[in-house]
Design a binder for this molecule. Structure first.
Ligand code: GLA
Length: 387
């Protein structure tokens, strides 16, 4: 959606021109899955799929939203902002307003039109983009002076309190802190972060959208979080220094195996191993991208997510197995929360077309399903658009 189309849509809905236009990207994650809420390491990047926003303060005590992609509007008095039933699209924005106020901000009435090209349910964090775009935009319009890390936390809390997904910080961080041509490693404990260039002349990151999102994905996500918390509780009895799974080692898990039980022990082992894979992968990036080694870590991550963390599904497993046989693949894995969404594939640049053709034909042949693919470009985080 161009800036002029967005402005015209805003004007059609609200009768006046917007004061601010901005964009908020979706994200990929190279490696470090389900580690963020365990104080661990993640390696995401913002991508060239984004939500665009037009905003203006409206001089009333009401907020008015227009969702341009699905032609829906929502309006409420600011004094009455509260969570809507689960699944309502406006929950993300309402959660942001509530979060800004909880930090002491006064949020007056405003109008917001938004729309974009991040496919929903594909695990590319369209909801984080919606949250981060509005939070950043209101911060600008109101001159609140909140820094981006604070905005990320406000948006994460919006997701917890208004969408009831107990997510970590990765998606919101990536949408706000992305940098073109780079992935960024975030230490979710210290909040220290470091950018690593990803050279796309040798390889591209290709997403294969399984097209499925299994119904229990959100509740299974929250359940994994609880299983990890249970693991920490037990591990601490043996070693009080363990504050989170970030502090645990494989021998710690072996020592407590009987009390942990098989399921919780598997979850813990996955998280410990995945953190080590993030370290290994960033070491490879720093040493100049040996692509087969990077790819092997992606395959290993998928195996852990499938067998130990148990958040994959048949469609994602088929895509990863197909990718092994496809032209140009260095590595592949499911990405994001799981139970559907996209696989992430590291593919030799000159073989991307052959890869896509092979995957599309194979997915159709094996599961009778169509496949959308996206060759991603790594983009800057949230920012203003020229009017
Ligand atoms: C979802 C959550 C993130 C993260 C990933 C799994 O995207 O929103 O916080 O936990 O799943 O890595």
């Amino acid at each position: 959606m161009t800036s002029s189309i967005l402005s015209a849509a805003f004007e059609r809905h609200f009768g006046t021109a917007p004061a601010l236009l901005l964009r908020a990207p979706g994200r990929i994650n190279l490696i470090g899955e389900h580690t963020d809420y365990n104080d661990g390491l993640v390696l995401p990047a913002a991508i060239d799929k984004e939500i665009r926003f037009a905003l203006r303060l409206n001089g009333t005590d009401r907020l008015r939203l227009a969702a341009l992609d699905f032609d829906a509007t929502y309006e409420v008095a600011l004094a009455e902002v509260a969570p809507l039933p689960d699944g309502h699209w406006a929950n993300y924005q309402l959660g942001v307003v509530a979060g800004l106020r909880a930090r002491g901000a006064t949020v007056p009435g405003f109008d917001c039109a938004f729309g974009g090209d991040i496919p929903g349910g594909a695990g590319l964090s369209s909801s984080a983009a919606v949250e981060c775009g509005l939070a950043w935009g209101l911060n600008e319009l109101l001159g609140l002076g909140l820094n981006k890390m604070t905005l990320a936390h406000i948006c994460q809390t919006a997701e917890h309190a208004y969408a009831h997904v107990m997510c970590g910080l990765m998606d919101q961080f990536a949408s706000l802190f992305g940098r073109a041509g780079h992935v960024v490693r975030l230490d979710c404990r210290s909040l220290a972060y470091e950018y690593f260039p990803l050279d796309t002349t040798a390889c591209r990151l290709v997403l294969c959208n399984s097209g499925v999102k299994h119904a229990l994905a959100d509740s299974a996500y929250n359940q994994r979080r609880q299983e990890c918390a249970r693991g920490v509780e037990i591990l601490r009895r043996h070693k009080p220094a363990i504050q989170s799974l970030r502090d645990a080692t494989l021998p710690d898990i072996a020592t407590a195996a009987a009390e942990l039980g098989e399921v919780v022990a598997r979850r813990c082992r996955y998280v410990v191993e995945e953190n080590a894979r993030v370290q290994a992968l960033t070491a490879h990036l720093a040493a100049g991208h040996p692509l087969p080694e990077v790819g092997a870590l992606l395959y290993a991550s998928h195996a852990g997510l499938r067998d130990l963390y148990e958040v994959s599904c048949a469609e994602l497993d088929v895509l990863v197995e197909l990718a092994r046989a496809a032209p140009g693949t260095f590595g592949a894995r499911m990405m994001g929360g799981g139970f559907g969404g996209c696989t992430l594939n590291l593919v030799a640049t000159e073989q991307v077309n052959d890869f896509v053709a092979f995957m599309t034909a194979g997915y159709q042949r094996q599961l009778g399903l169509g496949l959308e693919t996206y060759v991603t470009t790594l983009a800057d985080g949230v920012g203003a658009l020229a009017g």
